[in-house]
Design a protein around this ligand. Structure first.
Ligand code: PEP
Length: 263
């Protein structure tokens, strides 16, 4: 049986002091013997603060993004070895926001090209992370327009195919995939339980074909998109949903602990 995994994505929130206070509360609220695997992905600058508080606990720390080159003239970028050195065990890749696909647009539409991650860069990042033994959390999902056009499965299949070019089943054994419908991220709209379960099952089918059946059966497939204490339990009870990638509700330690409880 796959162990549930709940990951908090703090996005661009929390100073170092706020991060420290939030995870100090979280470790008080969540039983370290919980059956659920728990991780937080803070902004780069707060990673060290969270790693320090989580030291000696089973809780893990991840990053929200990475650059694929090992070092060099790449202003503003962070490498996989820097993440490993800071204590990161996981890293989100291909989040809809880094792909420039927003459920709720808070920047002018003309600047969206700044967030221009493609399936090709996602693939390069996954390869770089695996070489550093950092577990990728690959995000895939459709926009509202793509859903309304009946293209959900086609879009997700293409994202998976692009992400896994040159990656074998053995490479991705410890990796994670998250189904994150773009229209449900930060919008308060949650995907219906049955549909979220169906799409996660569809992702597993694709992974069977791209990797192999036993690896696909062991990979955790998370649901993300407005997960909160009131809906976590029902979403996580779906057979194909192995936990959640949680944005807004992970910022409040009490809410996040209740989401973990739901798993
Ligand atoms: C996310 O950032 O991956 C996410 C799912 O955000 P939220 O829970 O706020 O919708």
């Amino acid at each position: 049986m796959r162990k549930k995994l709940v990951v908090g994505n703090w996005k661009m929130n929390m100073t170092r002091a706020q991060a420290k206070a939030a995870v100090e509360s979280l470790v008080q609220l969540v039983d370290p013997k919980t059956e659920v695997e728990v991780a937080i992905c803070p902004p780069f600058l707060s990673i060290e603060s969270v790693v320090t508080v989580f030291s000696g606990t089973p809780f893990q720390v991840g990053a929200q993004d990475v650059f694929w080159m090992p070092s060099g003239a790449f202003t503003g970028c962070v490498s996989t070895s820097m993440l490993a050195d800071a204590g990161c065990e996981l890293c989100i890749v291909g989040h809809s926001e880094t792909r420039g696909r927003f459920g709720k647009l808070e920047v002018p539409a003309t600047t969206v090209a700044y967030f221009a991650e493609s399936d090709e860069t996602v693939n390069l990042k996954i390869k770089a992370l695996l070489a550093q033994s950092i577990r990728p959390i690959l995000c895939v999902g459709e926009t509202l327009e793509e859903r309304n056009e009946g293209r959900t499965d086609e879009v997700i299949a293409a994202q998976l195919k692009g992400a896994f070019v040159g990656i074998t089943a053995a490479d991705y054994k410890a990796g994670v995939v998250a189904y994150e419908p773009v229209w449900a991220i930060g919008t308060g709209k949650t995907c219906d339980n049955a549909e979220a379960n169906r799409v996660c099952g569809f992702i597993r089918e694709q992974l069977r074909a791209i990797l192999d059946a036993s690896t696909a059966d062991s990979i955790r497939i998370l649901y993300g998109g407005s997960v909160k204490p009131s809906n976590a339990k029902d979403l996580f009870a779906q057979p194909e949903i192995d936990g959640g990638l949680v944005g807004g509700a992970s910022l409040d330690p009490k809410d996040f602990s209740e989401v973990i409880q739901g798993a």
